[in-house]
Design a protein around this ligand. Structure first.
Ligand SMILES: [Zn+2]
Ligand SMILES: [Zn+2]
Length: 377
């Protein structure tokens, strides 16, 4: 029941960060609540995401390996208590870090060891993706192409060759942090911030990587598969965690993907409702008929009762868009019947004659069977 994070992702304890990310992507594709029909999908997805968050953050992973699963979970649950430590302590870690996950701060408090990289993250990148309404109906896998700062492959993100000599950072005296003290009415407040000279690395190096000039980062063109869930709404923003910009000695930022939907020539969509206009021949409106109406999912049968008026509306239940995030729930298609008036130039002489008769229905016309002829047209 209480599987550890390695088991959750199905990786060995020696798995590398890329291996963990790959295992996560595979599992996430399987359990993402937008695509999975498994009733436990959401719960399962949360578990794998949490396992990935911890195991892809080297300092957090180290702590996790050291203290073990249950103690780690317990400390996380006690996160609420750590709030009380915040008053009067305005450390940069607490104000600028990824406070929303709580992990970074918590381990500052409970385990003492500075987990700097968990509080330093690369930038969030934003990209957009336009899909057809049909793709939004069925769901589709697209390839997202964008450029992003990635870890330099030449120095593995270190910024220096492995044989470079290290020198203690003189700004922070090799502590990686600088402390500022300010006086307030409540007493003295100490602010701890990452040293900006060494970026918290505590040391500087005798030479830099000649590929990235010491930044540890190179900007590359990249592509990612992205699964557009069925029923996606125009303007929905998806967050792809850890796929944003890399940061030297920090965790990757996130990638935001904004999905927009191209207007369709035949269908109009509002939420899960689809609107469609059907041109019905005059005689079918008079006598009634059975028609096949195009919907995004295919043709759907509709019975037109005799005496249908132009502008009448018919609801095709369940023929609209799927509701975003709910695999088996569909909206309706509202079909509006339009009865076009034919132009005389498109009519044969016989049709014209019939229509003229139709204008003045007399006993004689009916007896002559003129309306039966009209029906046959
Ligand atoms: Zn420094
Ligand atoms: Zn480099």
């Amino acid at each position: 029941m209480n599987k550890d994070f390695y088991d959750v992702l199905g990786v060995g304890r020696g798995a590398t960060t890329p291996e963990i990310k790959q295992a996560y992507r595979k599992k996430a594709a399987q359990y993402h609540p937008d695509v999975s029909s498994d009733p436990n999908a959401e719960e399962e997805f949360k578990k794998i995401k949490k396992a990935k968050d911890v195991l892809t953050d080297p300092p957090l992973r180290k702590t996790y390996d050291q203290v073990g699963h249950s103690q780690f979970e317990q400390a996380q649950k006690q996160g609420g208590f750590s709030n009380t430590h915040f008053s009067g302590n305005t450390s940069d870690f607490f104000t600028t870090s990824n406070f929303s996950t709580g992990f970074g701060n918590l381990f500052e408090t409970f385990f003492g060891g500075p987990s700097r990289s968990s509080s330093r993250r690369g930038k969030t990148l934003t990209t957009s993706l336009e899909v057809d309404l049909e793709d939004a109906y069925f769901g589709v896998t697209k390839t997202i192409r964008f450029t992003r700062p990635e870890s330099c492959t030449k120095c593995n993100g270190a910024g220096h060759p492995s044989d470079a000599k290290t020198i203690n950072c003189s700004t922070c005296n090799g502590t990686g942090t600088v402390t500022r003290t300010s006086s307030t009415v409540l007493g003295q407040i100490q602010q701890v911030a990452t040293c900006s000279t060494c970026n918290g690395e505590r040391v500087s190096y005798s030479k830099n990587c000649n590929s990235c000039s010491g930044s540890g980062i190179s900007t590359n063109k990249t592509e990612l598969p992205f699964q557009v869930p069925p029923g996606v709404l125009d303007g929905t923003i998806f967050l792809y965690e850890g796929e944003g910009a890399a940061l030297k000695n920090g965790a990757n930022g996130d990638l935001k993907i904004m999905v927009s939907i191209k207007p369709h020539s035949d269908f109009k969509r509002e939420g899960s409702t689809v609107y469609y206009s059907y041109e019905l021949p005059f005689q079918d409106a008079v006598f009634g008929t059975k028609i096949k109406v195009p919907t995004l999912g295919g043709l759907s049968e509709l019975i037109i009762p005799p005496g249908t008026q132009s502008g009448d509306i018919f609801t095709l239940s369940g023929c609209g868009m799927p509701q975003q995030g709910r695999k088996k729930s569909f909206g309706n298609q509202i079909t509006k019947v339009q009865i076009p008036t034919p132009h005389p130039s498109s009519l044969t002489n016989e049709q014209k004659k019939v229509l003229k008769f139709f204008g003045k229905p007399t006993e004689a016309n009916i007896k002559s069977g003129i309306f039966d002829k009209l029906k046959e047209l």
